[in-house]
Design a protein. Structure first.
Length: 274
């Protein structure tokens, strides 16, 4: 009997240990799911891309004239962004109507963009230095938890705001940059666009998708945040930081087309001289 009881206890311990290994932390599971979505959507997009016959500008295949799609100011500069920037994928390059499928693709692109990765890495480092949230502790394992939580929250915010709510409310989740703005005007415009956005018809409306999406994401984040950091006050504080970060990111988006255009110009000039 003692031998059987010992074997039974050992088996119970092994099962518990295997369950702990199998039950990955929610942020890590969210990242794995996001990666799968990104791979599937990217594969589908590539599979659907087929070469289109070239037609003269301003004419249709039937030989009839048609109006060109309207572009935001600075056509030559913003055409550079047709390459789908991996830094800020949500900068608009035209005013063409955005379909629900395009909003889903934008949600995926935003979630795995360079901006999302850098913001999560830098934010996690600052939180690590401030020991926030306190429930994660310190060390590389704690930094991994913070980074995974940040990426998961960012992805869920994009899912709710950029895709679900934007599609349901017929709002345009893209950011429309201006050409060569002054710094003061850029700051004012960037903060304004946190609360105001365009709808699918091009009219300015209250940015419910951009405001409610992060709130829903922070509410969901309480599922995988430490127990001691799931209070209403902590959730509201994280939401406030999300809004402030979005405003700061908009300032970068305001200047990104100008910066990107100058970098491309310098790069081409240098290559031409070589």
């Amino acid at each position: 009997m003692p031998i059987r009881q010992g074997i039974s206890i050992s088996l119970t311990k092994l099962v518990r240990q295997s369950n702990r290994v199998f039950c990955l932390r929610p942020p890590l599971r969210a990242l794995i799911a996001l990666g799968a979505i990104a791979c599937c959507s990217t594969t589908g997009a590539i599979a659907q891309e087929t070469p289109k016959p070239q037609t003269p500008a301003g004419t249709s295949s039937a030989g009839q004239t048609r109006s060109r799609p309207s572009k935001v100011p600075g056509v030559g500069l913003y055409n550079l962004l047709q390459e789908k920037s991996i830094v800020f994928p949500n900068i608009a390059s035209s005013t063409e109507r955005f379909s629900a499928g395009q909003k889903f693709q934008l949600f995926v692109n935003n979630s795995i963009s360079v901006n999302a990765l850098v913001t999560a890495a830098a934010g996690s480092a600052i939180s690590q230095a401030n020991n926030s949230p306190t429930g994660f502790g310190q060390g590389w394992d704690a930094y991994g938890k913070r980074f995974g939580s940040s990426m998961a929250t960012s992805a869920s915010s994009e899912f709710f705001g950029t895709f679900i709510l934007a599609a349901a409310l017929h709002q345009d989740p893209r950011f429309y940059s201006e050409v060569n703005p002054s710094f003061g005007h850029a700051v004012k415009y960037s903060v304004q666009r946190v609360f105001v956005t365009r709808n699918d018809d091009g009219r300015d409306v209250a940015n419910w998708s951009g405001l409610v999406g992060p709130a829903m994401a922070e509410g969901l984040a309480n599922v995988y945040w430490p127990d001691r950091n799931r209070t209403v006050g902590d959730t509201l504080m994280r939401y406030g930081l999300d809004i402030a970060t979005k405003a700061g990111g908009n300032v970068l988006r305001e200047y990104w087309p100008v910066f990107y255009g100058k970098v491309r110009h310098v790069s081409r000039t240098t290559t031409g001289h070589n």
